[in-house]
Write a protein that binds this ligand. Structure first.
Ligand SMILES: [Zn+2]
Ligand SMILES: [Zn+2]
Length: 254
């Protein structure tokens, strides 16, 4: 039986389709015995309202005003960035921050403890070949801000798992086994299992997340852990098995 102490990928009302406040999510994390909570609200086109073609950032941008620790739970400032093309670029990668003249993502992502990258939608994404989809995920993993590739096993986007597991290991990044993906289709569960098996073989770190969109889903890892238990996944490759191991995985020294 595994223990997960950090839920690294969760959402608050600032994702616009999630239903928990920070306080409600943290209270649930504390109640479930977690010692770390990653707030990773979306930054992507299908979610926030747009201003000059850029998703609304103000609400998630000020996250640093939160205490570092609330009720014994370490708060991690993250964001879930949409992948927007087959090269693995992140949303607004080519935009400039007006106030500073710097690349927008340097301004926005430089303030995060870590960045989660994931695919939701972009024009033509369902028509990608295996080679294109593999290049897309590899590109995202090579982005220096990105530490976690989230829910790669959702159905409909096939990629070369061997290659992505190797890229993640070489880059020192984590592949996510997402609890929510287990509610998609039985095939998605099989894909999670297959990816985990390959990570175990290669020695690639994974992170187990709830991707909770309401307080009641924070700290829910049951289905993901069942998958890992079914293949006797090596515990030492689960980055968020403790607060310390998770901090090490994101390169945090404090
Ligand atoms: Zn979402
Ligand atoms: Zn998410």
């Amino acid at each position: 039986m595994y223990t997960i102490k950090v839920d690294a990928h969760t959402h608050t009302i600032f994702s616009w389709h999630a239903y928990g406040t920070v306080a409600e999510n943290v209270a649930m994390a504390a109640k479930k015995g977690l010692t770390g909570l990653g707030i990773a609200d979306h930054f992507g086109f299908p979610y926030q309202p747009l201003e000059d073609g850029i998703p609304e950032w103000t609400s998630i941008g000020s996250i640093r005003i939160l205490p570092k620790e609330i009720d014994g739970v370490r708060i991690f400032c993250s964001v879930e960035m949409d992948i927007v093309d087959f090269e693995g670029h992140l949303c607004c990668y080519d935009r400039i921050h007006k106030a500073t003249g710097k690349p927008l993502l340097d301004v926005y992502l430089g303030s995060r403890d870590y960045v989660v990258a994931s695919l939701h939608t972009f024009d033509g994404y369902r028509d990608g070949t295996v080679a294109q989809n593999t290049a897309m995920y590899a590109g995202a993993l090579r982005n220096p801000y990105v530490k976690i590739l989230a829910h790669p096993c959702r159905p409909g986007v096939e990629f070369d798992m061997d290659e992505i597991v190797k890229v993640a290991k070489a880059e020192g990044k984590m592949l996510e086994i997402n609890n929510l993906t287990h509610t998609d289709t039985p095939a998605a569960i099989d894909r999670c299992r297959k990816l985990a098996e390959k990570c175990a073989e290669e020695g690639t770190m994974i992170v187990v997340d709830s991707d909770g969109h309401c307080p009641w889903h924070i700290g829910r890892f049951d289905m993901a852990l069942e998958t890992l238990e079914s293949i006797h996944f090596p515990e030492e490759l689960i980055a968020n098995r403790s607060l310390e191991t998770f901090k090490a995985a994101i390169g945090m020294t404090e």
